[in-house]
Design a protein around this ligand. Sequence first.
Ligand code: SAM
Length: 263
Amino acid sequence: MMPYYSRNGIVIYHADCRDVLPTLTAVSVNLILTDPPYNVSAPDIDLPGRKAMVRDFGKWDENYDPKRDLELWDRVLRQGSSVVAFTSCRLFGKWWEGLGTRLVPQGFDAWIKDNPPPHPRPVYVNAIEQIVWLCKAGAAHYWGGNGYTRNDIYAPSPSGRERTEHPTQKPLSVVRKLMLVHSGEGDLVLDPYMGSGTTLVAAKSLGRRAVGIEIEERYCEIAVARLRQEAWVTDEECYDPDADAKQGTLLDDAPARAPILMR
Ligand SMILES: C[S@@+](CC[C@H](N)C(=O)[O-])C[C@H]1O[C@@H](n2cnc3c(N)ncnc32)[C@H](O)[C@@H]1O
């Protein structure tokens, strides 16, 4: 299949990921870092005098079942690799049902939003997005964190120069932290549900190779535009990998950021 974009180790396919995945080299990917549909779309809510609350993300956010993907992902993953996927608590059961024995659940991370939008109905304001972490079975997994790498990641929703038109864009700082913890320099990162290309922008900035797959061409265009920009994200705007270490008291003798293999 011809890529939509290919430059300096970053490749985009404009296609259904389930058509592309079987064509990728088996046992080649160090990390799947992705953000598949959540199945949470509902009609938008009109707000008097303000912008409507967007809840209808489009057709792609219907009937997603991770069970259908896990085998395709397992085929391309290398020994020691991880899957890190944003998801909704509504899908937890389906992730676990689909696992079989080849991808092993390790736990969850949470992106805690500094600025969640208010909700006009009597429900909780959603300030937390869940992130599931699975490992390829049968081998020690790569760990680029340190002895105090926490699973609560605080960041605002993308805004200003970072914000694109994609309705469910994730913050670059969160994706960069996850990438640093679960992959090393030069590793190959795959995002089969690429959206506006946040994973690929993070890969470019951190010296990883990456493949992104996106079914909607307008989002491929946004991703290419982001990749073509010179690095406008300054280090201050991004996750500081040593910040966890500064908080931790356990760390005095732990090697900060040294990749280690854990069972
Ligand atoms: C939750 S969004 C990802 C947003 C992304 N993390 C970002 O920061 O922009 C999921 C994306 O998957 C795409 N998608 C849905 N089904 C797909 C499929 N079968 N193959 C490839 N892309 C798909 C949607 O068009 C949507 O852009």
